[in-house]
Design a protein around this ligand. Sequence first.
Ligand code: PLP
Length: 348
Amino acid sequence: RDDLRGLSPYGAPQIDVPVRLNTNENPYGPSASLVTGLAEAVRHGAAGLNRYPDRDALALREDLAAYLGHGLTAERVWAANGSNEVIQQILQAFGGPGRCAMGFEPSYSMHSIIAGGASTEWIPALREEDFGIDPDKAVAVIAEHRPDVVFLTSPNNPTGTALDPAVIARIVEAAPGMVVVDEAYFEFARTGTPSALTLLPDNPRLIVTRTMSKAFAMAGTRLGYLAAHPAVIEALLLVRLPYHLSTLTQAAARVALTHRDELLGTVDMLRQERDATVEWLRDLGLKVADSDANFVLFGVFADRHAVWAELLDRGVLIREVGPPGWLRVSIGTAEEMAAFRAALEGIL
Ligand code: PLP
């Protein structure tokens, strides 16, 4: 167990245990009708696999633009293998030697790890004690370092907290370079939470990223995407590898979009389970961050590794991430959350 820690900078172990609540996946698999649709798409796509895929993924980008709404069209949407690759392409295009990127921590660790891989200096700015961002301090730290790329994550991983759109707007206004708002968990936010897409029209310095790995339950498909000004998409075309998105990935993502209602139906169940989990943890007397995502950050433990390891001994895998003492649990099915509660109660 201990040998599995620290092997890679991205430290989520993939262990086959009964209850896996450590990578913020959607625990509900595809419905029978989606499986049928995917099988048909694979069968159809397989017949043409001697040919390269559409390297501009135009049909998929049209479908994604329609899903996002906000008057977006395919020329303002881009897709890649998971939002991790989307982020990598952004840093290849707008970062690089002599440039720097900034994020407000604690946040999604891959932003800084991918920046490192793209030879881009990483400047960690800090979130407040409630995991929000103080706009005045953010403007000051941006003025001091003049980052080429600023990452904002809302709802944020691992804290679950969503940013006030007014804070995002202030930062977009203050930043001298690109601002990326990572909205991987947007669909889980409380109803009425506005997307940064509302700030997008004709802003050539704002990028909003999304993924089908979370709410859409398609983590294995690897499909992330972004919305931005067409000039940004043109910059990404310079760094992407030709034919980066396979025929089967494009087909699977398009089928999943046609099943959006049933896929997003699971989001409501997960939101309810999340809110119940927050309440249950607070009733135990633990500290719990507000969550607009499909996970909850809680603590604070003198030895969080011991709690994590004891949960694993009971067959429940969660994540040791966040500030010292905190742990993050992804929201699973009602049965999985009952197993988590029983295991944690047993330990505490
Ligand atoms: N952004 C955030 C904030 C995440 O938490 C994750 C995954 O956990 C990702 C991006 C990457 O998602 P994917 O590459 O599966 O689209």
